[in-house]
Design a protein. Structure first.
Length: 115
C-alpha cells in the first residue's frame, strides 16, 4: 500500500489550504484514514480522521475550522483547513489504519503559516 499526499505549502495567517491523499494497493475495507501533524520539537499528533463509514474525529485545536472527507471508491482523503494559524505549521502526514492489518503513513507534506 502506498499513500501519496498533495497540497500544503506556504499560507498566510487566516488563509485556507486543502490536503489530499490517495491510497493505492491492496486496501482492506473498514479502515480509518486520517491526517496527523508534527511540529518541530513536538510529537506527532492527530489532526483529523474519518472511518470508511464517514465517522469523523477532530483534534480540539482544529475542530470547527477543518473538514475531513473521503471517497471510498477512490481511496482518497481530503482535509480542508480554514482560518489557519502559525501554530498549524507542521509536517502533515496522511495515515491509513486497519486495526490488526496495517498502519501506513504517507511521505509528509509541509505546511507553513506565516503571521
Amino acid at each position: 500500500v502506498q499513500l501519496q499526499a498533495s497540497g500544503g505549502g506556504l499560507v498566510q495567517f487566516g488563509g485556507s489550504l486543502r490536503l489530499s491523499c490517495a491510497a493505492s494497493g491492496s486496501i482492506v475495507r473498514g479502515n480509518v484514514m486520517g491526517w496527523y501533524r508534527q511540529a518541530p520539537g513536538k510529537q506527532r499528533e492527530l489532526v483529523a480522521s474519518i472511518t470508511s463509514g464517514g465517522k469523523t474525529n477532530y483534534a480540539e485545536s482544529v475542530r470547527g475550522r477543518s473538514t475531513i472527507s473521503r471517497d471510498n471508491a477512490k481511496n482518497t482523503v481530503t482535509l480542508q483547513m480554514n482560518s489557519l494559524k502559525p501554530e498549524d505549521t507542521a509536517v502533515y502526514y496522511c495515515n491509513l489504519l486497519k486495526t490488526g492489518y496495517y498502519n501506513y503513513w504517507g511521505q509528509g507534506t509541509h505546511v507553513t503559516v506565516s503571521s
